[in-house]
Design a binder for this molecule. Structure first.
Ligand SMILES: [Zn+2]
Length: 297
């Protein structure tokens, strides 16, 4: 089973496209869309729009820089600095986004994924994180240079938690962080069972903790109270599964603390015990982090 970050590619067909670089016309179109969605999306806040505006500036700088990079050099740099194999298949924009995301997670002292690649994914799946290996795949059939436009639409529609152009890689990296913890907790549970003296009891308790915890985190979220709350405070996509809720909150927390110029976190949002600034959301987040999701699925 893979935890995916799907996107609504079909939406772009219905709307005037201002693909790729955000020129003056694209910014004007952005302002028009914001005015429209302010009327129809009650959850849209001034801060959300500000993050998108800052992201557009960052995106333009990255877009210009990505044109001239050598993806083989980026792969070598990533291996040298983080000891992670990467294969971008020449995709300059994914290489740029990955480099930026690795630097962000490194600065936040978060566990990194075990590998990054560009490969064919199912249609409508932008990227995915393998639940056992914790490596991340970006769909080679996606037009990644169009990502800023798509993320803006997804945020304005309340589908995604953030309209930042790095939302997808950060979301996938957050899956890897969550899985890193679930793998660790499963190993601890396994150790307790293995250390039991009674063979009968060991056999009785024998189960694959890792698979169970991963499956539960990836099960449909059916708790209506939690779902309504996540929809208001995070995103509609976060209501799909506990794992998606975790990744989408993480993507919001990180992108809302990124410096426009350096594209690095200006502060670490996770050092605060109640970093979501919402008691119930924090409870859900902590439960999902520890793999205690039975009340949500
Ligand atoms: Zn996801």
């Amino acid at each position: 089973m893979k935890i995916n970050n799907s996107n609504k590619n079909n939406y772009t067909k219905k709307t005037p496209s201002f693909k790729r670089y955000f020129d003056d016309a694209a910014r004007k179109e952005f302002r028009r869309l914001v005015e429209h969605y302010k009327r129809v999306n009650p959850y849209l806040k001034g801060e959300d729009i500000m993050v998108m505006q800052n992201s557009i500036d960052s995106f333009n700088a990255v877009y210009n820089g990505a044109r001239t990079i050598n993806t083989k050099n980026v792969e070598n740099e990533i291996y040298k600095k983080f000891h992670i194999p990467a294969d971008f298949k020449g995709n300059k924009f994914v290489a740029s986004m990955t480099g930026l995301t690795l630097n962000i997670f490194h600065k936040l002292h978060l566990p990194l994924p075990t590998g990054i690649m560009v490969a064919a994914e199912r249609p409508r799946v932008a990227a995915s994180c393998d639940t056992l290996k914790r490596n991340i795949t970006f769909n080679e059939n996606n037009d990644w240079s169009d990502i800023q436009y798509r993320m803006i639409i997804e945020k304005l529609e309340n589908w995604s938690s953030t309209g930042h152009f790095l939302a997808t890689p950060i979301h996938e990296f957050m899956h890897s962080v969550h899985l890193f913890n679930l793998h660790k907790l499963a190993a601890q549970k396994q150790q307790i069972v293995d250390s039991l003296h009674s063979k009968m009891l060991r056999d009785f308790l024998k189960m694959d903790f890792k698979t169970i915890m991963i499956d539960q985190a990836g099960s449909p979220l059916v708790n209506q109270t939690a779902s309504r709350h996540i929809s208001q405070k995070v995103s509609a996509y976060g209501t799909v599964k506990p794992a998606e809720m975790f990744a989408d909150i993480g993507a919001k927390m990180i992108t809302y603390n990124l410096d426009r110029k350096t594209i690095l976190p200006s502060r670490n949002p996770f050092v605060f015990k109640d970093f979501t600034e919402d008691k119930y959301l924090m409870k859900i987040m902590n439960d999902v982090w520890k793999g205690n999701v039975s009340e949500y699925i």
